[in-house]
Write a new protein. Structure first.
Length: 264
């Protein structure tokens, strides 16, 4: 598979081709995820939950993220490597620049941040300085304490309108990608259609340009998986086969199905 860039994903969106993203945290799984055909991989701050045993992503530090990004980068063979800026490392533009620099120097090719319009100036500043940005709207896990838990967002007309407005503003600020998490399928499809940049969904239905799942979730290792998770290890005899099954399901359109989606 050729090396994936943000331009590659843009062309795939224009052609109506679905793409895949899987979280990775080390060199071995980075190699396996790329071999399975996933165009992108995310070094997610989800490592706080699936690797460190926390109940949220909040305790993850920039040092943790830089370490795991460097590990994944060494195993990557050509997928676009995205890395999360963790909690409170981009509250100001200068903090964002410092954190993004650390992740890019560790091997990331895109940095991801959670938030809406308030991040516009920061996104513009980073892009202007050569750092591609993936934004993240809907359920933003770093704000779990504000939401009062991991709750579906965008279910009321007011909140749906707010997410759409944030998405448009983020695109205008220069973001290359957008993740939509746990929002109604119709809203995600509408945003994906209206934006020019590729949109990646997780718990956002089939209408987005790409899909992402946490590695441990798609391998059936989550004790209480959310409704949008599919266990791709079931009926398969190896991890590479499960990863490939996820990629194939996304590209064929069989995942996510109706049972994985949230409605209004």
């Amino acid at each position: 598979m050729d090396k994936t860039t943000v331009f590659t994903l843009q062309r795939m969106k224009e052609k109506g081709e679905k793409f895949c993203c899987i979280t990775v945290y080390d060199a071995t799984f980075a190699r396996l995820v790329h071999a399975a055909g996933a165009e992108t991989m995310l070094v997610g701050d989800s490592l706080g939950m699936v690797l460190q045993g926390h109940d949220s992503t909040v305790p993850v530090t920039l040092e943790h993220m830089a370490y795991h990004t460097a590990c994944a980068a060494r195993g990557n063979r050509g997928a676009l490597l995205i890395a999360d800026l963790p909690f409170m490392t981009y509250a100001t533009a200068q903090q964002a620049l410092t954190g993004a620099t650390a992740l890019m120097q560790a091997g990331a090719q895109v940095v991801k941040m959670e938030g809406g319009v308030w991040l516009s100036e920061t996104i513009h500043m980073l892009v202007e300085r050569g750092i591609p940005v993936c934004a993240h709207l809907g359920l933003t896990p770093q704000s779990v304490n504000v939401f009062g838990g991991f709750r579906v967002q965008g279910r009321t007309p007011k909140s749906a309108k707010s997410i759409l407005a944030d998405a448009a503003e983020i695109q205008d600020a220069g973001a290359s990608l957008l993740v939509l998490e746990c929002i109604p399928s119709a809203l995600a499809a509408d945003i994906s259609e209206k934006l020019q940049i590729p949109v990646i969904g997780i718990g956002a239905g089939p209408g987005t340009d790409g899909q992402v799942l946490v590695l441990h979730d798609l391998l059936g290792l989550c004790e209480s998986p959310p409704r949008f998770v599919e266990d791709f290890m079931t009926g398969r005899d190896s991890i590479p086969a499960a990863l490939k099954a996820f990629v194939n399901a996304v590209k064929s359109g069989s995942y996510p199905g109706p049972r994985h989606c949230y409605t209004e």
